[in-house]
Design a protein around this ligand. Structure first.
Ligand code: MEV
Length: 762
């Protein structure tokens, strides 16, 4: 279950070490989709199963299910699903799921929520989950008497309604009260009495429940009034379930883009004023509010038409259609915004049962009650209105759209994060928001700006196992190769304490020895090299994904150590760096072989063989000189695999059938030894064949997965001479040796939806 912890200001993001439930995820919009999903998972916002559903695309309504939902189904229609970040509501963090096709809504909401949290976030009152049912009675005469009789029998009517739904009463809900009114029909002047049944429907939207109750009391109502009941149905004007939310934004947070805080605040108040005075503006103003509300309604499987109907009817309650929000200037200078909007939603039943995305989105919100979800929806309406009015009061909506468009183009063009903002600005200035233009600008910038910057960065190698994984645990040799430039890091002497930024992974953390996981490990490293009390910012630029069996954690440690060494002139030897990285591996992974840290430090192809004798430990590694350059493409499944788990699985089989498994390990060991000479002598065809054989043995050890198999087959089909899983298996990565086909293998991996990393080893 998610713990939605609260954080009281934005500036504390760098200090947050416990990420659980946090809705601040720096650089989220720039991450590849898979990394966004894992950032949500890392914060405990979605489960393992959710990650699996999202990455496999199985989170959508399946066709056979859709066929049972409506008639004449011919397909399932897709819409983008995203999340708005930064929401702090009643001191709790929320990541808000949104399903919508219009650009700028998600970004607008995240930006508005970010600004709001600087002033303490949003507040919202509990929303009463009350739905009204209507019973229309046609009577011959004396409506006053009919109304009075109904009111006198209020308790009986309520009790009768509740007898039809005892479960709702047991859940603390049920019919509560009645109200009555009368009117004369416009067409033929007939007399009508209408009874409202007020029902607390708890976490259900309640439409069916209320309709059943209205139908169930109809005969009794006829008996009491002597009339004839006609309509018996809920009302979508759900004005007993009003979400009232509020936000207070300090002036200093409003300023920007050449406007003072006062100018922005007064502009928003003025824009709101027109929407209070004039229905033409009010319709557009409220449409903006519904941009956010509907997107969240869709994401949570709620009936957005019902919510729309309620909002617009309520907006006309004073006899004139008006804005649903109010923005004021308060004495102390603050901008204060308020919304009151009917919000009758459900968190049980309906699409929650049929649509896996809806279930994911409810979990993302911390599985709220209907009352809590209604509050969040009110807040989202207010935030969206703020974003729209702020944009309209400053650069205007078109400029904002342009900005977003430019961001998306820069992202498609693969612009590196270090000059992303500059490329976006230059693109807008150029008026030519095109992918080729973004690439051209980025290229020019990299010539001018980036070279000196990257020179400050220190790098470390990742690793792949070319041959011999798993058998290596049983004393056979393994060959490891380096992945050049796997992680880069730079240390700047600035800030307060030690902060680590990994923009690609959305990590922005203060490093403390007591911190769990990775921040604690870096803190220990820094104290081991005597820098614990320094002020520094460590920036890390990983070029390989996490937890994919590519030695990322060792590479991270080595790159950080080298960057600190460079910044503080410590003159650490490679041996010392390797030792320290090995200590990190032990803390992170228990009993590592030492391969990862050794390759991360020295960046050389190595043959590793475990030594029985402690005294011979130095002899574990033998350098290998390559007879020919190697061109390899790494295919990443995106499925995390824990090497410790696969090692344990293989061990269990070995324990059961030691002879059978020993002979498999022997086979792997033998082809690894032949592989060593093939590498040294540049016999690439033979090496490829050995890799294919090795994959077969690893398959026999049941270490492959459908994704790994798909990648292996794609690689072989597109010209790889050898392809195999690498490392632990059960997910993670595979490698393809493709001397003449690097490009086509890379493209084919990408076309099938996998990340591809080409490397060349000289
Ligand atoms: C566009 O979808 C919504 C806005 O028009 C709302 C408004 O004008 O307040 C920007």
């Amino acid at each position: 279950m998610v713990s939605h912890s609260s954080t009281d200001s934005d500036s504390d993001a760098a200090g947050e070490t416990d990420l659980t439930g946090s809705s601040r995820i720096p650089n989220f919009f720039r991450m590849p989709i898979a990394e966004r999903i894992s950032a949500l998972h890392q914060r405990g916002l979605i489960s393992n199963e959710d990650v699996q559903l999202l990455t496999s695309g199985n989170h959508q309504v399946q066709l056979n299910v859709a066929d049972k939902m409506i008639e004449n189904v011919v397909g399932v229609f897709g819409l983008p699903m995203g999340v708005a970040l930064n929401f702090l509501i009643n001191n709790r963090d929320y990541v808000v799921p949104l399903v919508v096709e219009e650009p700028s809504i998600v970004a607008g909401l995240s930006g508005a929520a970010r600004m709001a949290r600087l002033g303490g976030g949003f507040t919202v009152d509990p929303v009463d989950p009350i739905l009204i049912g209507q019973v229309q009675v046609v009577i011959d005469s004396n409506p006053e008497l009919a109304k009075q009789t109904l009111l006198e029998h209020r308790d009986d009517i309520v009790a009768l309604a509740n007898s039809l739904h005892p479960k709702m009463v047991a859940r603390g809900g049920g019919a509560l009260d009645i109200e009555v009114f009368d009117y004369r029909a416009e067409e033929d002047g007939r007399l009508m009495v209408v009874m409202h049944l007020l029902v607390d429907t708890r976490d259900a939207m309640g439409a069916n429940l209320v309709n059943t109750m209205c139908e169930g009391v109809a005969a009794y109502v006829e008996g009491l009034t002597g009339g004839k009941v006609f309509l018996r149905i809920l009302s979508n004007l759900t004005d007993r379930a009003i979400a009232r939310a509020k936000v207070r934004i300090p002036l200093k947070n409003l300023e920007g883009k050449g406007y003072t805080g006062e100018q922005v605040r007064d502009g928003i108040v003025l824009a709101n004023d027109l929407a209070l005075a004039d229905p033409y503006r009010a319709a557009t103003h409220n449409k903006g509010i519904m941009n956010g509300v509907d997107a969240l309604a869709l994401a949570t499987g709620n009936d957005w038409r019902a919510i729309e109907a309620a909002a617009h009817a309520y907006a006309s309650r004073n006899g004139r259609y008006q804005a649903l929000t109010r923005w004021h200037k308060r004495e102390e200078g603050y901008l204060v915004g308020e919304i009151a909007i009917p919000m009758k939603v459900g968190t049980v039943g309906g699409s929650l049962e049929t649509n896996p995305s809806v279930r994911i989105n409810h979990r993302l919100l911390g599985s709220p009650s209907a009352s809590e979800l209604a509050g969040v929806m009110g807040v989202v309406g207010l935030a969206q209105n703020f974003a729209a009015l702020r944009a309209l009061s400053t650069d205007g909506i078109q400029q904002n759209h342009m900005n977003l468009h430019a961001r998306s183009v820069a992202s498609t063009a693969g612009v590196a994060e270090e000059f992303f903002e500059t490329v976006v600005e230059t693109l807008i200035e150029s008026g030519e928001i095109k992918v080729w233009k973004a690439q051209e600008i980025a290229k020019n910038l990299s010539r001018k700006v980036i070279m000196p910057e990257t020179a400050d960065r220190q790098s470390a190698y990742g690793k792949i196992i070319l041959l011999g994984e798993h058998a290596v645990v049983y004393g056979r040799p393994a060959i490891a190769l380096p992945i050049p430039l796997a992680v880069e890091a730079a240390v700047r002497k600035e800030g307060d304490g030690i902060n680590v930024l990994i923009p690609r992974w959305g990590i922005e953390q203060k490093v403390r020895p007591s911190a769990p996981g990775f921040a604690g490990i870096i803190a220990t490293l820094m104290s081991q090299i005597g820098l614990a009390s320094e002020n520094m910012t460590i920036e890390v630029f990983p070029h390989i994904p996490r937890a994919m069996g590519l030695g990322g954690s060792s590479a991270l440690a080595v790159a950080i150590l080298r960057a600190a060494d460079e910044a503080y002139g410590l003159q650490l030897s490679d041996g010392r760096i390797n030792e320290l990285a090995f200590e990190c591996e032990k803390t992170a992974h228990g009993t590592p072989s030492g391969i990862d840290n050794t390759v991360a430090t020295y960046g050389a192809p190595l043959l590793y063989q475990r030594q029985q004798d402690e005294a011979q430990q130095q002899a574990r590694f033998t350098n290998i000189t390559l007879g020919q350059p190697l061109e390899i493409v790494i295919g990443v499944t995106g499925k995390e695999s824990l090497t410790a788990d696969t090692v344990a699985r293989v061990r269990a089989s070995w324990q059961q059938y030691p002879d059978r498994y020993e002979s498999l390990f022997d086979q792997i060991g033998q082809l690894t030894s032949v592989g060593q000479s093939a590498l040294q002598e540049g016999r690439l065809d033979e090496l490829g064949e050995l890799m294919n054989l090795c994959h077969g043995y690893l398959n026999a050890l049941q270490l492959s997965t459908p994704e790994l198999e798909e990648l292996v087959h794609i690689a072989r089909r597109h010209g790889a001479i050898g392809a195999k899983l690498t490392g632990g298996g059960g997910g993670g990565s595979m490698i393809a040796l493709c001397p003449d086909a690097t490009h086509s293998v890379q493209k084919a991996f990408e076309a099938a939806g996998y990340k591809a990393i080409p490397i060349t080893l000289e």
